[in-house]
Design a protein. Sequence first.
Length: 478
Amino acid sequence: MTMDDFEFGVPTEEMTALPEGFPEAGLDVPGPAEYGADALIPQPPEDGDGQGGVEAAPSPEEPPKKKRASRKKADKPEEPPAEDAAGSVEDSGAEDTVGPVEDSSTSPVAEDAAPVERLPEADQLDPEAGDSSSDTLDVMGLAAQEDAAPMDEPPVGDNEPARQSAPQRAERVAPRPKAGRPAEGHSSLMSLKLNELDRGLTEQERQEWNDIYASFRAKSVLTGRIIGVDGQAFNVRNRETGHVERRTMYCAVIIAYRVKVLIPETEMWVPGEERPAHVLRNMSGAEIDYVILDVDREGGVAIGSRRMGAMIKQRAFDTARGGHEPSEKLTCRVLTVGPSRCLLECAGRDLTLRYQDMSYASYSDLREKYHPGQTLDCVLKEYDRASGRMVISVKEAAPNPFEGARQRHPLGSRRQAVISGKYGGGVFCTLPDDTTCLCLYTAQHTDRDFREGDTVILVIVKYDMERSLIYGRILSKW
């Protein structure tokens, strides 16, 4: 037997008697559409050109062979036809095309959409979209704190699944309260002998507890300053199921003198205006109004609600005699500050203001001037009692420093100023009277020679009375 008696490693006399299961991929002749990686596989000679001269034609009983690409598609599981699809790969006339099918969800419409500009986390002070757990949970009282989540892990809550970086702790249903004791796990305030408990208190401690008792019974509003944020475990009642559950959540801590008042995050915001979790964590130092919900006299702890205090303040502002008109002077309190936004509370309403509404001067970071706990004057610009819409401006409560600037800083005068920001090759300089001057460098200086906060000497070169702008040029560093 010589090499001429073999055809692709199989004797020529055996090729006519191949079993039906023998792979015959080498006998498939690729069409023009299959040229590519498969074209590197050696192909058999055409009929009548083999070395042995044996014709390997299929028997008439055998079904016609399929192309390789079609056989690969036949091996794949059939997918149900999509009604919204324009057609399958076979219907599109590309049977021999091997490759992924484009998803209809990634259509050109998504590609043409403009990217949404996201603010940094410190500036995300607006209410979050979606349902909040504060609408379905009622805080019953403190739970046992041995399993309370540490502050380096986000607390457990149904309204914050996307902000949890650590694995969520499995929720456990609180044990059934014992007979004669409330679900809070402590004795009722009215069942205690307060005279005996308060007998050894000092005058300041007694006054502090009397304020808490009065707020608990009469729902009077107390005012305090947040000194920090803790993670605490609470027993809460689910309004949908009626079950008492255990939840760990962030709480604002207020200590007027000796008593620790906890305000859970579910009691921080008015329903429908819930803010992200990082807003509460950055509110240390803010002054807020709250109402006492529960008192644990023996444990020296009370639970408060800021949203109840805010709603009482709103009602008092809305029903004030004489009403309110635009341009009215009001006061507001700073809750938290970001680089370019500030969260304020005015008349029980939480309002987010941009830096354009905060000051006439230019600041690269609002946190350089404002911080939680400040009380600012503001002007009421819009107010609708029916919808509750309110618009205020802190900037307009102060006189505009541009008024009379032409007399104080005539053209050609040299002034000392501080660089407050840079943008697009220009420099914002603040004069001692809080007037902002837009400056450029001289030919002898570059941007690397100056930094924000540097004191410089500039010259006034132009006034734009229509836009209330002053232009100058930096001469040197002071």
